[in-house]
Write a protein that binds this ligand. Structure first.
Ligand SMILES: [Zn+2]
Length: 283
């Protein structure tokens, strides 16, 4: 690899980052299509993207990530209807997350495996935000891919190295246990809630999403994700609590907390949990 040229951050060749940002933006553009179409049950492959206002198909030069939106100043080239800043934002966010993964993990299998993981989390965040939906078309592939790549996934080492030291079988078991724990915790919570309050605490989507998070991050990752999601939830709920608008916090779907929490867990492993426990132990 050394003959390629200047080494960039974290040991990757500099050219790699240019390629990664480019691919991250283009894939981010596809994620926008997924966010928009999957909750509606539409195909993400065809037809081609069109302006939501006038229905004109978007030409290739109108579909360049971020740049097209900037050049057209956020309007459709045909009818001048405003196009949401969400589109370039999702593209830039995906590229940013991919670069963060590459820098954080360096040239490794982990970095490669986490690229699709963070992108699916990104889509889940926005489908839950827009429609209160965590579609099966996203959560099941997340779980299945997690289980398939388990033998190569060093992220499963976190928290209980003993299991993953068992080689391929150990890691597959670690992924399976993670998936079962993720699903199980939420199933139990939903069940208890139903029995005591006669209310549905959360949609089935949350359970299935945690199945995938568990398959990718293992049991340690599941626990860390749930801890971080509760912290995020508490922090974001505080202003509403203080102003007495408690009911508003119920409007926020739980997947919008789980997705960023799972993302942070993917980066930190159970270190985030240790840090949190350290704070509450020593203060
Ligand atoms: Zn238009």
């Amino acid at each position: 690899m050394t003959e390629i040229g200047v080494l960039g951050p974290a040991g990757w060749p500099m050219e790699f980052f240019i390629l990664l940002v480019f691919c991250g933006l283009v894939f981010g553009s596809f994620l926008n299509v997924c966010i928009y179409r999957i909750p509606l049950g539409k195909s993400v492959v065809s037809p081609r993207s069109a302006c939501p206002s006038c229905g004109t198909a978007i030409a290739w030069y109108g579909n360049v990530p971020v740049l097209s939106w900037l050049v057209l100043r956020g309007r459709c080239a045909h009818c001048r209807a405003p196009i949401s800043v969400r589109y370039p934002f999702v593209e830039a966010l995906n590229a940013g997350l991919w670069v963060a993964v590459a820098i954080w993990f360096g040239p490794s299998i982990t970095a490669l495996l986490l690229l699709p993981f963070v992108s699916i989390l990104l889509v889940l965040f926005f489908t839950d935000w827009d429609h209160h939906l965590l579609p099966d078309r996203l959560t099941f592939p997340l779980a299945i891919v997690g289980l398939i790549v388990a033998p190569f996934n060093p992220r499963l080492d976190f928290g209980y190295g003993i299991l993953s030291e068992g080689g391929t079988g150990g890691r597959m078991l670690a992924a399976l246990l993670g998936a079962v724990l993720g699903y199980g915790i939420f199933f139990t919570l939903a069940f208890v809630w139903k029995v005591f309050f006669d209310k549905d605490a959360m949609g089935g989507g949350d359970l299935k999403m945690m199945l995938g998070v568990g398959a990718f991050l293992g049991m340690g990752g599941v626990i860390t994700t749930i801890f971080l999601a509760s912290i995020l939830g508490t922090v974001l709920a505080l202003p509403f609590l203080l102003t007495g608008r408690w009911a508003m916090t119920r409007q926020l779907p739980f997947g919008c907390f789980l997705a960023p929490a799972a993302l942070i867990s993917a980066f930190t492993g159970i270190e985030a949990l240790r840090w949190y426990l350290g704070i509450i132990t020593y203060t």
